[in-house]
Design a protein around this ligand. Structure first.
Ligand SMILES: Cc1ncc(COP(=O)(O)O)c(C=O)c1O
Length: 381
C-alpha cells in the first residue's frame, strides 16, 4: 500500500538542502559561549545565522530570539509581554481559534496571575473581526494575540489591520505566524504589523525543535528560561546550532518562494473540496474564498461519525490525515476551533483535515477522492 501524506500542517519532511546545511553546522560542535577557538567558530556560525535570518525577515538581528519552536515562541511572547506590562494593566485579548500554545498561556495568566482574559468570537469561517478587537480594547489592555493563519481549517486573519490598530492604541500585538511562513507571501516580518511574531522551522521543511520569536526593538521581554546570558539574556541555554542553521536555511529557501501554493495546489485543493461537498453529510469548513485561506488546507466535518474512526479509516487506506487536535490516550477531543466556529461538539468531534504539500501529486489527490466516499460510509456510526 502506498502512503499518501496529507498532513503538512502537522509537519513537513526535512528538505535535502536544509539537511546538508545542518550536517555542516554539526562540524562546528563547540559551545558558542566557550572562549577557545572551537567555541568561537560555533559563535561565528550562530552570529552569521542570526544576520541571515534578519535579512530574510527584514528586521534587525538583535530582534530575533532563537527558541525550540512555535510553542516556546508564543509562550515567551505572551507570558513575557504580559508580565513586563503588568503594572500598566492586566487585560489580555485573544480569539477562540488560537493554537493551544497561545490559549493556554493566556488562560494560565488569567487563572494564576490576576489577568483578565477576553477570548473573542469568530465567524463561521473562523475569522475574527477587526472591529471586535477594536471594541474589546480597554484602557488596561496590555496585549492582543491573534494568529496569522489557522492550523486546523486554514483561515487567514486580518492581522495587519489588527496590528495597525493596536499600535495606534499603544497595545502590544503578538501573532502566531507558524502556519503562514512558507505558505503565504511574507515580504518582511513587519507585514503583520506586530511587536512579537512566532515562527518555527518544521512547518516549512526545516527541523523539528527549532523556531524563533521576533521581538521588535526596543522591547526587552523577561526570559522564561533562566540561567546563562544566551540570546541577549532573553533565553538561557546552550544554543541548538544545527537546529538554528536548519531553521535559517529553511527560511532562506522558502519564505520568498513558498513551496505551498501555485496553480497545481490550487486545483488540487479545489478538487478535494468539491469531492468532499459531493458526499452527503460531509461539509468542507475551510474558507471557500482562496483569499481567506491557506492554499493547502481542506478540512471537513462528517455527520454521524467521529475523527478517530475517520482518521483510522483513512490510515488503513494509506492516507495520513489529521483532525487538528492532538490525540491523547487513544481518543481525540472535539476541536475547539470547530466549536468556536459555531458547530455543535458532535461535529467538532468529526473533523478531518487534509493539508497538502510540495510532494503532493495530482494522482494522489485523485486517489483520495476515489476512496473518500467509501471511507466515510464505513466510518459512520
Ligand atoms: C498555529 C500553530 N502554532 C503553534 C504551533 C506549535 O509549534 P511547534 O510544534 O513548533 O511547537 C503549531 C504546530 O502545530 C501551530 O500549527
Amino acid at each position: 500500500m502506498r502512503t499518501i501524506y496529507l498532513d503538512y500542517n502537522a509537519t513537513t519532511p526535512l528538505d535535502e538542502g536544509v539537511r546538508e546545511a545542518m550536517l555542516q553546522a554539526e562540524e562546528a560542535w563547540g559551545n558558542p559561549s566557550s572562549v577557545h577557538h572551537l567555541g568561537q567558530a560555533a559563535r561565528a556560525l550562530l552570529d552569521d545565522a542570526r544576520d541571515r535570518a534578519a535579512v530574510v525577515l527584514g528586521c534587525k538581528p538583535s530582534e530575533l530570539i532563537f527558541t525550540s519552536g512555535g510553542t516556546e515562541s508564543s509562550n515567551l511572547a505572551i507570558l513575557g509581554a504580559a508580565r513586563m506590562r503588568r503594572d500598566a494593566g492586566r487585560h489580555l485579548i485573544t480569539c477562540g481559534v488560537e493554537h493551544h500554545a497561545v490559549l493556554h498561556p493566556c488562560e494560565y495568566l488569567a487563572q494564576n496571575e490576576g489577568f483578565d482574559l477576553t477570548v473573542l468570537p469568530v465567524s463561521n469561517i473562523g475569522r475574527v473581526a477587526v472591529e471586535a478587537v477594536a471594541e474589546a480594547i480597554r484602557p488596561d489592555t496590555v496585549l492582543v494575540s491573534i494568529q496569522a493563519a489557522n492550523n486546523e481549517v486554514g483561515t487567514v486573519q486580518p492581522v495587519a489591520e489588527i496590528g495597525a490598530f493596536c499600535a495606534e492604541r499603544g497595545v502590544l500585538f503578538h501573532s502566531d505566524a507558524v502556519q503562514w511562513a512558507g505558505k503565504l507571501h511574507m515580504p518582511s516580518v513587519d507585514c503583520f504589523r506586530a511587536d512579537l511574531v512566532s515562527l518555527c522551522a518544521h512547518k516549512l521543511h526545516g527541523p523539528k525543535g527549532a523556531g524563533l520569536l521576533y521581538c521588535k526593538s526596543p522591547l526587552q521581554l523577561p526570559p522564561l528560561l533562566m540561567g546563562g546570558a544566551h540570546e541577549n539574556e532573553r533565553r538561557a541555554g546552550t544554543e541548538n546550532l544545527p537546529g538554528i542553521i536548519g531553521l535559517v536555511s529553511a527560511l532562506e529557501k522558502f519564505v520568498a518562494l513558498p513551496p505551498f501554493g501555485g496553480v497545481e495546489m490550487e486545483e488540487n485543493i479545489c478538487l478535494l473540496k468539491t469531492c468532499i461537498n459531493n458526499i452527503e453529510g460531509c461539509t468542507n469548513i475551510s474558507p471557500s474564498d482562496s483569499g481567506d485561506s491557506l492554499p493547502n488546507t481542506a478540512s471537513f466535518i462528517v455527520e454521524g461519525s467521529d475523527s478517530m474512526a475517520l482518521l483510522s479509516g483513512f490510515d488503513l487506506s494509506g492516507v495520513c490525515a489529521s483532525s487538528g487536535s492532538a490525540c491523547s490516550s487513544g481518543s481525540i477531543t472535539p476541536s475547539h476551533v470547530v466549536e468556536a466556529m459555531g458547530f455543535p461538539s458532535s461535529l467538532a468531534n468529526a473533523l478531518v483535515r487534509f493539508s497538502l504539500g510540495r510532494e503532493t501529486s495530482r494522482a494522489e489527490v485523485e486517489q483520495v477522492c476515489e476512496i473518500l466516499p467509501a471511507v466515510v460510509s464505513r466510518c459512520r456510526l
